[in-house]
Design a binder for this molecule. Sequence first.
Ligand code: SAH
Ligand code: SF4
Length: 384
Amino acid sequence: MTDSAVVNLLDLDQEGLVAFCEQLGEKRFRAVQLLRWIHQRGVADFGQMSDLAKVLRDKLAGRAIVAAPPVLSQHESKDGTIKWLFDVGGGNAIETVYIPEDDRGTLCISSQAGCAVGCRFCSTGHQGFSRNLTTGEIVAQLWFAEHFLRRHLKRDERVITNVVMMGMGEPLQNYARVLPALRLMLDDQAYGLSRRRVTVSTSGVVPMIDRLAQDCPVALAVSLHAPDDALRDQLVPLNRKHPIDELLATCVAYLEHAPRDFITFEYVMLDGVNDGPDQARALVERVRAHPGLRCKFNLIPFNPFPASGLVRSPDARVQAFARILNQAGFVTTVRKTRGDDIDAACGQLAGDVQDRTRVHERMAGRDTIVVRRTRAARPTKEVS
Ligand code: SAH
Ligand code: SF4
């Protein structure tokens, strides 16, 4: 948004656009036309919106824009994964990653610049909280990526079939801006994604999980990472406020509304910290203590960064842990790492994108990106 009178239409869901059109003295159906032009066709220039009256187009040109944050860099991996860094101003950069698979295209998006939760294994957490993203900045990641990819891959139809809020930030600590963004993702006049294909990942903001169940139940991933409160308090400080049993009880309640009949538990595998067989068994007991808690586990190999002091669990230990969960009847997958060659896997970026001006050379001179005063662009991930 360039000045206070100018509205970035990416900030508005259908309801917001209707209100905006009414303010302009326009009919409600104009909102639907605008949604389609912007989100389905990727058009930012009001002059091209041919079924809008010229008077309205002129009015819009003075009052509104459709704008994504500038792209600081783009990297494409050998495996087709593409990572963008967007400049959201004030020295902050956020990260978005596209992960193609045979039967789907997943976009991993950020919800905050930095994060206040401060998980020990997470580089965003280490760098602290800068600010909440606006709805427009959240939606812009999808808007930009979808329309870029259609051109890039020369496809007419939808490229992104799934969205996961697993980039930088805790989405449920930015609920007011995330909610309209989710609504746009689901809106048939915009992206039309099914609820099952939009996933919010949370470290466990219990009251907001309840709110999400009421307002906009989408697929839910919960970052668990430990079988007991003593350890989880250390790894995910939010646990001191909302301990495991409270979180798991909330997950059971969420299932009443959820579009999928299970919750995904994410569990980052940290060598010698949370990856032992006893801990796997304790996890099984913990979950079983909550009847009706249907869930799957997704074990994430830890992506180390220098300040963490933590180490990735060896494969054999990850497999042994997975076996215990599987044998107990819980579907368990081990996340495969994608986009390694462009540092697009969880936790890989922020370790070397620091809060200062620098030219950031990666990949042994294969490409050079300029990152200006950025901070904390972080993990993204491979998707369940
Ligand atoms: N704040 C939300 C969503 C963003 S983090 C949450 O915590 O769920 C998305 C996922 O990336 C979380 O499951 C988190 O545990 C994981 N993650 C963070 N840092 C990581 C790292 N260094 N290696 C592997 N996974 C990491
Ligand atoms: Fe925040 Fe999620 Fe990182 Fe924890 S893992 S610090 S909640 S982004």
